[in-house]
Design a protein. Sequence first.
Length: 268
Amino acid sequence: MKRAITLGLGALALAGMTLPSAAADLGPIGKAPAIAPAPIFSWTGCYVGGFVGGAFAERDVINTDRGVSPAFVTAFNDPINHSWTTNLDSSFIGGGTLGCNYQWPGSSFVVGIEGEAAFMRLDGTAADPLSLGLDTIATTRVGDWYGMITGRVGWAINTVLLYGKAGAAFVDVEHTVVDACSVAPCGAALIATSFSDTKTTWTAGGGIEWAFAPNWTVKAEYMFIALDDVDRSCGVIRGAVAAAGSIACFDHDLGGIHTGKLGVNFRF
């Protein structure tokens, strides 16, 4: 009996020494295994994308009849020179972008550069209300295309980027005035003036972009194109009138253009 009791006590002592070691190997009871933190998204890289949206004019175009040369110089500031306005229709816009971003490691600050080219066409036609027979017609067209080269500065909140943009814009602009002069005392005469130019101006705006997948982002963006300028169209007067061969000129005061777009970019 004593021998059995001694053997039992020895077995218990041996179990007491081995169980803590085994428990230590298993780790703390009830504690979940450690999970590695998810990697932080980086906006560094280049991308290509497309977009659709709309554009509308800041205000109507102001057309001013500046008279006929050689009296043109003295008539330039003559208060009798009258004006009328042309309303520009809104336009669909659509095109593509190409750009690159850089995000400082460990920082939310993002900088980049972006190029954009797209279709846009705002146009309008209006008759001079003081012309005889309403036969003097002014037409303005902005488009059919535009381009931008801009810098981007943004603040990243992981996969969301808030940014501003500013840079140069290039826009095709055309103005014409046609006066059929079909009502007496004009007789058979025609004034046809024109102005056409690719304007280089500034643009600014901003937007928000969201990376919904490692290589794909969507964005919503607003940009203002500053076309605030006065253009002058001139043409030779033709027909059987005393002023035939003289030059007629008109000024066209154009406002800026508002644009808004939704786009998708692929990062590579």
